[in-house]
Design a protein around this ligand. Structure first.
Ligand SMILES: [Zn+2]
Length: 208
């Protein structure tokens, strides 16, 4: 059931969109899905039906094709409209890793979460479990779609956890892809509250 205070994100899967997973078969240089060719980048993609709104929303599950569309076209992960952009770049919400002491962070941050529009920024901060209590907003000047996130296999084929592989790498041929991963460059951290300065509706949501 949907909740009025909890919109169903654009990239969330619906229960009516699941398709049976084809058998994973080992071939010479990796795996592929039975009866389904890899795409030109060498990746086998998990199949999904495109029936947004069919059945129940599955807040915790990402619909692969919509996630990939949002990443390619810079669409907001919550509403599916254009993500916000200014002279510093696209608006993104990141898990705050400043305290980890990783040199250079957030330059080069790898993410599967698409950008956001201004009104949806506070909504995304509340909806995404990984962002709660440690979210930071950023402007991203350069987005490089260079990876695929999915289920990795080892020879057998034996499932070996979920991971990100670079496109055209040998690793990419050993996974069933579900989402696009981006490397974020030219990143400027900004204040999350400022994101909503000109969006009174969103500010009301954030304060509720
Ligand atoms: Zn939005």
């Amino acid at each position: 059931m949907t909740r009025p205070d909890f919109p169903v994100p654009y990239i969330a899967a619906w229960s009516g969109e699941h398709k049976p997973m084809p058998r994973v078969v080992q071939v010479g240089d990796g795996i592929m899905l039975a009866g389904q060719p890899r795409d030109k980048t060498g990746v086998s993609w998990q199949p999904w039906a495109l029936r947004q709104g069919a059945g129940r929303p599955e807040y915790g599950k990402v619909h692969g094709p919509r996630q990939r569309r949002a990443m390619r076209r810079n669409l907001c992960q919550v509403c599916g409209g254009p993500a916000d952009r200014n002279e510093l770049g696209w608006l993104w919400l990141l898990e705050d890793h400043r305290a980890d002491g990783e040199p250079g962070w957030p330059q080069g941050e790898v993410t599967t979460h698409p950008p956001v529009c201004r009104p949806c920024a506070p909504v995304a901060a509340r909806l995404c479990p990984h962002l709660r209590d440690h979210v930071i907003a950023a402007r991203v000047g350069l987005v490089i779609l260079d990876g695929v996130y999915g289920q990795l296999y080892t020879p057998g084929p034996i499932p070996a956890g979920r991971n990100v592989a670079l496109f055209n790498s040998p690793c990419a041929r050993w996974l069933v892809g579900s989402q696009l991963a981006a490397s974020l460059l030219d990143v400027t951290l900004i204040d999350l509250p400022k994101v909503t300065t000109h969006a009174p509706e969103a500010r009301a949501t954030a304060g509720s």
